[in-house]
Every structure is written in structure tokens, then in C-alpha cells.
Ligand binder design. Structure first.
Ligand SMILES: [Zn+2]
Length: 339
């Protein structure tokens, strides 16, 4: 069962670990130690900041580490709990899934108290950290498999008041794109459990791939701080896109299965459209070239509906059934915020 060296009720700054028993050949009584920072002072919301839910997504891990090092109690009104590398074994291995149990942290919720390591971490969040939090921030990117136009995103939760608060916090990231998404690949997601508990949940897809441009790091780190200011846990003035001289956010949604394009066959995927660009219905999105029979015409992938290309597969080599592109439709805020 997971143990922690931290006292979450203590004011001030603490650096410690979540410790999950993991017995292996060269460590019979070993624990997996997950670095965790708590900074608390006075009355205010409790905010849980998570990076590395998927181990190969480093933008959020870096942003949470930098913030954890810089935060002092004087900067905080309430409590900020930071776990930069939630799936720590996966982060160390540069993999999406944990190498210890093969589990995807983002399919492990609500988790089990005596289950595999990943499941125990999920269970601790479900039963201890979520209940004490008002806001849950789970920073993702596309990892090694996907490349996103950097965006904050959210589920359309049924509770309209919760949805409105999540929507405002999503926009406080100040990314050029915001994205309403659906779960097409399974259940047991971290944000879904936090949403079920009524929390204000903020999630992102801060680019992707393995090479992260400086501007994506800046957006991840600046967006995180601005959201913390927006929810009132970090002192300072909130910035809006308008105050930064930026055009309004491009609000998109992909709620239908047909928005998520899967590779009809294996091969080498070539994208035909730039990330974030507009796509017309029937327009060519890309091609899958036949590795073994280059003389054959490639399979042409066309857009089933119009919208913006918000994500694409990162590696060119593609297996049948891989998600190769997502085309999201433009939507306006008024429609999003009503039932
Ligand atoms: Zn992820």
C-alpha cells in the first residue's frame, strides 16, 4: 500500500515522496519513490499539478519541476501539490506506459490499493489527493506517438456550472487553440475520475513528439502559472490573450468518432496539411505509402468533415488502426456552455 513522507495538512514548503512498495530481484524491500512538493499558506483553494501521467510527455514534467523549485509559501494562497512525474518509472524509461506493470496511468483509475504500482498511484489520487483538491491540472502532450497543436483541452462534463468553470480555466492557459475532446480509446482516465468528484479539471496537449520547441516550453510554463493565478492559488495578475495582444482563441471540438482518423492499413504515413490548418471536407489529409510495394499507389486519407487539423501521428511508420489525424470543428463558446 502506498505511503507518503509528506504531511499534506502542514503549512509551509515540503519536499518528499509518494512511496509504492515494489519488490524485485535486486530490491526485495524496495519502493518506487515519486518526488512530490507541497507548498501551503493560509486560506485558499488546493490545486493538484500533475506532469508525466504518460512518462514520455516531458513538457509538463519540466513545468512542474521548475515551479516546484521556485514556489515559496509567500507566493501561495491555499495549497499547491506538485507531482512532476506521476508515472515515475515510465518517465525514467521514456515510455508512455509503466515498464513495471505495463499499465497506462491514464486508464488505471479509480485504481486498487493493493494492485500493480500504477494502479496503487491511481488509487491514492482517487481516495486521498482528489478529495482534498479543488482543482486538478493534468499536463499532457502527444508523447512519442502524437504531435498536437499546443492546446488546453477539456471534456464536456454534464454539470453546466462545473463545465463553465473548467472552460474559463482552459482559456486561462492562453494557448492559440482550445479543444473539446471525447474518449475514443478506453476508460479509466485520470481527468474523468477527478471530474466525477466535481473538481475543476484542466488538461492540455502541449505539442508532442520527442523534440520540444522553446515556444512550447514557454506556453506550458506560462500557461500553468496563469491558470494557478486564475484559480486564485498563486498571487499575481492574471493575463488574458487580449492583454497579451493575441487574437481570440480558436475553439474546436472533436466529439464524433469520425473526427478521429485511424490508419486503414500499415505503411509510412505522410501528412499533407500543417498542424492547426483548416481542412475542407473531402480534402486529402495524407497518404500511407506501402513500404514493401512502393510501386503501388499509396492509400489516400481524406477528411470526412471540415475543420482544423489539431493532431497528427508523430512517427511516420504506422500500423493499421493507429490514430493518424484528428480533425476538430470550429465551435463557439455560447454553444459549448449550454446543455
Ligand atoms: Zn498523455
Amino acid at each position: 500500500m502506498l505511503n507518503t513522507t509528506l504531511d499534506f495538512d502542514k503549512p509551509g514548503r515540503q519536499q518528499g515522496f509518494l512511496q509504492v512498495p515494489y519488490s524485485h530481484n535486486l530490491g526485495g524491500w524496495a519502493n518506487v519513490c515519486i518526488p512530490t512538493t507541497v507548498v501551503a499558506r493560509g486560506k485558499g483553494p488546493t490545486v493538484l499539478v500533475l506532469g508525466g501521467n504518460h512518462g514520455d510527455e516531458y513538457q509538463g514534467q519540466i513545468a512542474a519541476m521548475k515551479l516546484a523549485r521556485e514556489l515559496t509559501p509567500e507566493m501561495v494562497k491555499g495549497r499547491i501539490i506538485l507531482i512532476p512525474s506521476l508515472n515515475f518509472p515510465a518517465a525514467r524509461a521514456a515510455t508512455r506506459l509503466s515498464p513495471l506493470d505495463g499499465m497506462n496511468m491514464n486508464r488505471a483509475f479509480p485504481g486498487e490499493p493493493e494492485g500493480p504500482v500504477t494502479s496503487q498511484i491511481a488509487h491514492f489520487l482517487t481516495t486521498v489527493l482528489f478529495p482534498m483538491s479543488d482543482v486538478v491540472i493534468d499536463i499532457h502532450s502527444g508523447g512519442r506517438s502524437m504531435e498536437f497543436v499546443p492546446c488546453a483541452h477539456m471534456h464536456l462534463v454534464p454539470d453546466l456550472e462545473q463545465r463553465r468553470r473548467m472552460f474559463d480555466a482552459m482559456l486561462a492557459w492562453n494557448s492559440d487553440f482550445a479543444f473539446l475532446y471525447a474518449d475514443i480509446a478506453g476508460t479509466g482516465l485520470l481527468p474523468v475520475e477527478a471530474e466525477r468528484q466535481g473538481k475543476l479539471v484542466v488538461t492540455t496537449e502541449m505539442g508532442g513528439g520527442e523534440s520540444i520547441p522553446a515556444h512550447v516550453h514557454r506556453l506550458t510554463q506560462g500557461g500553468l502559472r496563469n491558470v494557478l493565478t486564475h484559480v486564485g492559488v498563486l498571487k499575481g495578475r492574471e493575463r488574458t490573450r487580449a492583454s497579451l495582444g493575441l487574437p481570440p482563441v480558436i475553439l474546436t471540438q472533436a466529439l464524433e468518432r469520425e473526427n478521429y482518423l485511424l490508419a486503414p492499413e500499415s505503411g509510412i504515413f505522410e501528412i499533407a496539411i500543417d498542424l492547426g490548418a483548416k481542412v475542407k471536407r473531402g480534402e486529402v489529409v495524407g497518404w500511407i505509402h506501402h513500404l514493401e510495394r512502393p510501386d503501388r499507389a499509396p492509400e489516400t486519407i481524406v477528411a470526412p468533415s471540415a475543420g482544423h487539423l489539431v493532431t497528427m501521428r508523430a512517427p511516420c511508420l504506422t500500423q493499421q488502426g493507429d490514430c493518424i489525424a484528428v480533425i476538430a470543428q470550429r465551435v463557439n463558446a455560447k454553444d459549448v456552455l449550454r446543455a
